[in-house]
Design a protein around this ligand. Sequence first.
Ligand code: PSV
Ligand code: MN
Length: 397
Amino acid sequence: MLNNVERASERVWTALDEFKIELPSWGFSNTGTRFGKFVQAAAATTVEEKFSDAAQVHALTGASPTVALHVLWDLPCGASDVPTIQALEKRYSVKAGSINPNLFQDQQYKYGSVANPSAEIRQRALAHLLDSVAIGQALGSRDLSLWIADGSNYPGTQSIRNRIGWMEEVLGKTHAALCDGQRMLIEYKPFEPCFYHTDIADWGMALEFARRAGPKAKVLVDTGHHYQGTNIEQIVAWLLHLGALGGFHFNDRKYADDDLTLGSIDPYQVFRIFHEILNASPEERTNIAFMIDQSHNLKGKVEAMIQTVVTAQELYAKAALVDRERLALLQQGCMLVEAEECLRSAFWQDVRPIVHNWRQARGLPVDPLKALAESGYVEKITKERSGRNSAAASSYA
Ligand code: PSV
Ligand code: MN
């Protein structure tokens, strides 16, 4: 018979074994704010370097076997770049993960992409989506991850209603091209780059677009894409209830879409989100894509990614510690303080010793950040890449 402590440890180990989180290729390259970029000597300058960095994070954490690709940034020639990606998958033993079409950068998208008033531009946006579906199929990637930045900046300048129809039409056609096992995830964001209206502004709009597109369409929750004070775990509970939760883009924020390290501002919120996920059935959980969406302007990129994965594992482990049976009884009896304490006590428990034991048992470094520092990897890539990065820095001057 296991005692309570052993049972809790077992729950944490099971949770850690199943927890995988995808790395964003763009999190390894130089990115910045709209005011400028602080170029880092060690940042990845090619897709191969992004794979190499992702592989390093996975080797040290054992939790990130896939890397999300942004089509325009990582496959600039579209489907003809697929063999290059496949060769990198082999060389670095990390797989391509979600495929992210880019409908926000091209000059033609000034007034929108799939919701642009021009039928010709909408058609071009659809063509890019269909190319991205084909890339996903060629790479055997499950998820097409859509962030559509469309919207407008001033009242009266666009027909909100027309744009709903245009968006619906293109998403429906994209859904029709998906093969078995492929999904499309619809991400929402209330503002930025548009500052009056955004065509997919919240989870309700994303859900409705997903429902109308078809059963392979699900909602993607980016934790940085909400107004201050939004109860994100409630959105998560609803999407789970409706079988519509496709996945997450994890990051933290203090003000807007700040791209801060997961849990650096509000770890309790991440814990509450994970608590809702661990309340779901194991089947529901296997189909939730956990992805990081962070671009670090100041922190070292590989270091920040490892710190993020480790934080995610720790918060997931804490959520696994919650005594759900007891909590359910307390909730049923409206034992408010006891119920809250039951949840809080899991959050406040230091799970690091359990996570360390788990890492040791799985042949992983007990402290991945320390192992990175000792590996000499960052020094090596700094030497190899600094020339290219300083050339880029002078071109931004
Ligand atoms: C937009 O803010 C976003 O969250 C989308 O997921 C993009 O693909 C990503 O950031 C990278 O710019
Ligand atoms: Mn995102």
